[in-house]
Design a protein around this ligand. Structure first.
Ligand SMILES: Cc1cc2nc3c(=O)[nH]c(=O)nc-3n(C[C@H](O)[C@H](O)[C@H](O)COP(=O)(O)O)c2cc1C
Length: 195
């Protein structure tokens, strides 16, 4: 079921998770997902994220598949919900209208643990989820190095690492993406810096 969307055993796939709080207010944020079986996936979430709080509360998440790097950049670095177009699945969960596809999953169980990485110690949770619905909305999009560079930049900045990688990743993005995409990425980065 999830393999239809490019989920593969042993691989991390990057998606935009959309969730809703108890009042139905939508939230979007990038997450990495791992396939456990054709219907089950694992997320590792920092417990301080809204995505985790919403998932713990409603026990549901939509994993949106996209190759648009600006969606990763905006949802990782800004409270971008006002700029996004949401629609709702049959069960009323938010998904991104611009997604190529999405999977709606329900939480099976979760386990909290202490994450130790280069940034120190933080609280995280490992969540096991089961896919209930998979929808393909649009044709596939060709691979872009520029998109990869911007997604990697979003990861670096969401971890508050302003590394020497930044100028190299921006160079790749400027070479491989359209002028309009580069302009929009620069707007998001400027907004992020001014916060
Ligand atoms: C490509 C990408 C993948 C990410 N994957 C994860 C992840 O698996 N787990 C996590 O806790 N944060 C992950 N992050 C960071 C969160 O998206 C980021 O902290 C975000 O601001 C959380 O937003 P929220 O509080 O609205 O949920 C990722 C960021 C990027 C750019």
């Amino acid at each position: 079921m999830l393999e239809r969307l490019g989920f593969r055993r042993g691989r991390v796939v990057e998606c935009i998770a959309t969730t809703a709080d108890a009042h139905g207010m939508p939230n979007a944020a990038p997450v990495g997902a791992y396939l456990l079986s054709p219907r089950t996936a694992v997320l590792k979430l920092h417990t301080r994220t809204r995505t985790f709080a919403n998932l713990a509360e409603t026990r549901r998440v939509v994993l949106n598949i996209t190759s648009d790097p600006l969606l990763f950049l905006k949802t990782a670095l800004l409270d971008a919900e006002a700029e996004l177009d949401f629609s709702t699945t049959g069960s009323g969960m938010p998904y991104l209208k611009d997604a190529l596809a999405y999977a709606e999953l329900r939480l099976l169980d979760s386990r909290r643990y202490t994450l130790r990485d280069s940034l120190g110690e933080s609280e995280a949770a490992l969540l096991r989820l089961e896919a209930e619905e998979v929808e393909v909305l649009a044709p596939p999009q060709a691979f872009s190095r520029g998109a990869c560079a911007l997604v990697e930049l979003a990861v670096e900045l969401s971890r508050h690492r302003c590394s020497e990688l930044e100028s190299r990743l921006l160079r790749v993005a400027r070479r491989c993406l359209s002028a309009a995409e580069v302009k929009e990425a620069e707007r998001v980065l400027e907004l992020c810096r001014s916060r």
